[in-house]
Ligand binder design. Structure first.
Ligand code: FAD
Length: 808
């Protein structure tokens, strides 16, 4: 074995092999892949996975990783046998709720570009003859899915990587430590000796934390035991000699999946109490003890769907382990320790795409697909505690096939992060949502009277769940009087030092070299010109800036800033999020109210839009920003946390004479949508550039060098292929939830990025990226919502206050 390498990949399961394959295709050389087990049936999860690929996913990136994997595996064979069986997949429903759910899944699959169709029970039975069509209400078919022979795929990928001269694979070699010196990776230590290297990619899956803890980097995950079994040969399948000829099948009402394997039938089940295993207790392979009682119920459930299974023996059983993370997504990308990368918690389904993504990330820093959901940097400190990791991994296993409403909130743990005015919010009967673990009111029960006052119509069904018409009442109260919003979760970074201005100028696409007290809205771009962050920069003094970003993206944005900071000590970056609580006060009466409580000139001339300064509200020192994400006159008010309660009281007392209401996240979202403000993670992320997103006005390509500038200039000179469009539903009683396909007849144009009622304009609003030819006001399109086709029309934006009169 070589004693040095450019990159050591630890783990030759399907993820390590896929990463090696893609890196070598991008020209990497001197990659050494090490595994403790024998190649390529190493004893890891890949060795025993049935390899079913169900590509449907509410995350566009996860869906694309799956589709890419299917295409990739399709080309491979191993030891003369194909690695991939393109048999498609079917998800069946046995209840009205699931029938609705598979329709919804079919829709978002189509919106993300996959072929997908709904099937009647009889059509399902034509494809899977052993099913009882009387036991199901229908199915959802994806012809592009299929079944992979997982470890053989790994072997084929490794063979290609080796043949290209890029990678060398060694089995029987256990990595015992990772050497980090002077803040970066230097070597791995193995039971066969030390290998010096520049970079390490950790692909050790269920064992992940054992090595990452030594670096140290926390992987918030657990191993979970899971089992499936194969029947004895079935006469009904006699003659099926190939590995797999029928679509794989999911029965999510009973948390089960199935596949045909020659003349046997494979049944897997998640319907049992989860078994969570610490990575330190995994042992030498990914096998675990079979639990008979966990499978008993699955046997009966399987017979209900497939009558020929009655009386048949399951004579081959596998209980294995694989990873569940705290949010159900993989953990990938660069860590805070230079040279140390991870690729953990990835299913066979996504492994091909994951390898591509990791390879691009390591090569250019700018992968083609949006990585926010799988970036290892996304986790908050509370998500890295042992209690949280155990509880959330357990829950994610238990819920893996459940119908989860997009607005459903986690039940545990709660009340972890609360604002100083939490008690006041509880007294106003707040319904709390938990973005990033923070208890934030979505609406206030005490505002029920606003529903009648503003005539907000009720909703029924799916779209009424986790929603209240009170959101509409708070929206209108903010538009007509004033609303008080808890915006404490906003991430606040203090960037200081003699190098602070130069540093921010090199990262921001807008010009932040502005006078003290100026607020600048800007993007930060990737090297290829995609929008990596959407933020506000406030110059507080010559070399002191506040960088404000979304609460949900705080850890990602902090990692991005730190990764690009100079190493010469000229710049300090402090995360002061928890030091300051914040309230947003907006509405036409906001200035009247503020003038009652705050000293100084608050007129438009005295405190102009996009400026910031210190204010006194009684004895409370406040730092106020004259900005608005809801499109009304007002301020963001930041206070050291200990003054927070008194600030709320002062504003609340004064607010009574101005008709102030406390307003929640529901109103905040519909207000911003009505005003056409983009949200990072929905309308904005790295796959879109500022021209496509309608944010060219926040960039200054001529200001000098900054990250992404060259790509931005190139993109400016090309006409965008697609544009972010505002649409409204033609029937004002129709609604959508987001992620639905937008169509022109049968042609899918894109998917809905955000949806919400514009209560003040009286129209239901949607945003979506559409091909540029459709981006003209008045263009007619359709939105597929469950089994309905909703007519919609592209509209000029913003719908609310296009003349910007309200904010002055
Ligand atoms: P692994 O295959 O586990 O590879 C990790 C490798 O790291 C191992 O080879 C191990 O030997 C090596 N390693 C660990 N520590 C060290 C060390 N210190 N030094 C050297 N080497 C080390 N996914 C699907 O998409 N479809 C399915 O149908 C499916 N069914 C499943 C059924 C079961 C029962 C199980 C358990 C999993 C299933 N999965 C399925 C999940 C899937 O198998 C895994 O997510 C996937 O195989 C993980 O691949 P990997 O390369 O990350 O991990």
């Amino acid at each position: 074995m070589s004693d040095s390498a450019r990159l050591v990949i630890i783990g030759a399961g399907i993820v390590g092999c896929s990463a090696a394959y893609h890196l070598s295709r991008l020209g990497w050389r001197e990659i050494l892949v090490l595994d403790q087990g024998p190649l390529y049936e190493t004893g890891g999860s890949t060795s025993h996975a049935p390899g079913i690929l169900f590509g449907t996913n509410p995350s566009p990136t996860m869906a694309r990783m799956a589709e890419y994997s299917a295409r990739l595996f399709d080309g491979f064979e191993f030891e003369g046998e194909p690695c991939w069986y393109p048999v498609g997949s079917i998800e069946v429903a046995t209840t009205p709720e699931r029938q609705q759910e598979i329709r919804r899944r079919c829709n978002y699959s189509r919106g993300f570009g996959a072929e997908a169709e709904m099937l009647s029970p009889e059509q399902v039975a034509e494809m899977v003859p052993i099913i009882d069509p009387g036991a199901i209400t229908g199915g959802f078919h994806r012809p592009g899915d299929g079944v992979a022979r997982a470890w053989q795929c790994a072997g084929a990928l490794a063979r290609e990587a080796t043949a290209s001269g890029g990678a060398e694979f060694r089995g029987g070699t256990s990595v015992t430590d990772i050497e980090v010196r002077d803040g970066r990776v230097r070597a791995v230590v193995t039971d066969q000796g030390r290998v010096a290297c520049e970079q390490v990619l950790l692909c050790t899956n269920i064992w992940g934390s054992v090595l990452s803890d030594r670096v140290p980097v926390t992987l918030p995950m657990m191993a979970c035991a899971h089992q499936y079994a194969l029947t004895e040969p079935l006469p009904e399948l006699a003659g099926e000699t190939g590995h797999c000829a029928m679509p794989a099948l999911r029965h999510q009402d009973r948390a089960m999946y199935f596949k045909q394997q020659a003349d046997r039938w494979c049944t897997g089940s998640y319907r049992h109490e989860p078994h969570i295993i610490s990575p330190y207790e995994v042992g030498t392979d990914a096998y675990w003890d079979w639990v008979e009682e966990d499978f008993a119920v699955a046997i009966d459930d399987a017979i209900e769907l497939f009558p020929p299974l009655r009386g048949r023996r399951y004579d081959s059983r596998v209980c294995g382990m694989f990873v569940f993370s705290v949010d159900g997504f993989p953990m990938m990308g660069p860590t805070a320790v230079p040279g140390f990368w991870v690729g953990v918690g990835i299913w066979v389904t996504h492994s091909g795409g994951a390898g591509k993504l990791i390879a691009e990330w390591m090569t250019s820093g700018a992968p083609e697909w949006d990585t926010r959901e799988m970036d290892i940097s996304r986790f908050f400190p509370h998500q890295q505690t042992r209690e949280y990791i155990g509880a959330r991994s357990w829950q994610n296993y238990a819920e893996v096939y459940d119908i989860v409403h997009p607005k459903q909130q986690m039940e545990k743990p709660r009340n972890l992060r609360v604002s100083p005015w939490h008690e006041q919010q509880r007294q106003l009967r707040a319904e709390f949502f938990v973005p990033a673990g923070w208890e934030v009111p979505q609406w206030y029960g005490a505002n029920a009277g606003l529903v009648e006052e503003f005539g907000i119509p009720p909703r029924a069904g799916w779209e009424a769940e986790h929603w209240s018409p009170i959101e509409g009442g708070e929206h209108m109260c903010t538009r007509e009087r004033a609303g008080l919003f808890d915006i404490s979760p906003i991430a606040k970074f203090e960037v200081t030092g003699r190098g602070a201005l130069g540093f921010l100028q090199r990262l921001a696409a807008n010009d932040v070299d502005r006078p003290v007290g100026k607020v600048v809205y800007t993007s930060m771009l990737t090297a290829s010109g995609g929008i990596r962050a959407d933020l506000t920069v406030v110059r507080r003094s010559a070399d002191n800036f506040w960088v404000l970003t979304g609460g949900a993206t705080r850890m990602l944005d902090l990692a991005w800033l730190r990764r690009h900071a100079p190493e010469d000590g000229s710049v300090g970056i402090a995360d002061v999020t928890s030091a300051y609580a914040a309230l947003g006060l907006w509405g036409p009466r906001a200035r009247d109210l503020m003038q009652e409580v705050a000293a100084g000139d608050l007129s438009h001339g005295g405190f102009p839009y996009y400026t910031a300064r210190h204010l006194e509200i009684g004895s409370i020192p406040v730092y106020a920003l004259r900005v608005s994400f809801v499109g009304e006159l007002g301020w963001e008010l930041y206070v050291p946390v200990e003054f927070g309660l008194r600030l709320w009281e002062a504003i609340w007392e004064a607010g009574s004479s101005w008709g102030l209401c406390a307003a929640g996240g529901g109103a905040f979202d519909s207000l911003r949508l009505e005003k056409g403000y983009r949200l990072w993670g929905s309308e904005l992320h790295t796959e879109y550039d500022p021209y496509e997103a309608g944010l060219a006005w926040t960039t200054r390509p001529e200001k000098g060098e900054f990250l992404g500038r060259e790509a931005l200039r190139r993109r400016r000179d090309q006409a965008p292929r697609r544009r972010l469009c505002c649409m409204t539903l033609d029937n004002p009683d129709d609604v959508a939830m987001g992620r639905e396909p937008v169509q022109d007849g049968e042609r899918v144009l894109g998917y809905v990025t955000s949806a919400g009622m514009g209560f003040a304009v009286g129209r239901f609003i949607l945003y979506a990226y559409l091909p540029s030819a459709y981006a003209r006001s008045g263009t007619r399109v359709q939105v597929r919502y469950f089994d309905r086709v909703l007519p919609a029309t592209v509209a000029d934006e913003p719908l609310y206050d296009p003349g910007r009169e309200k904010i002055s």
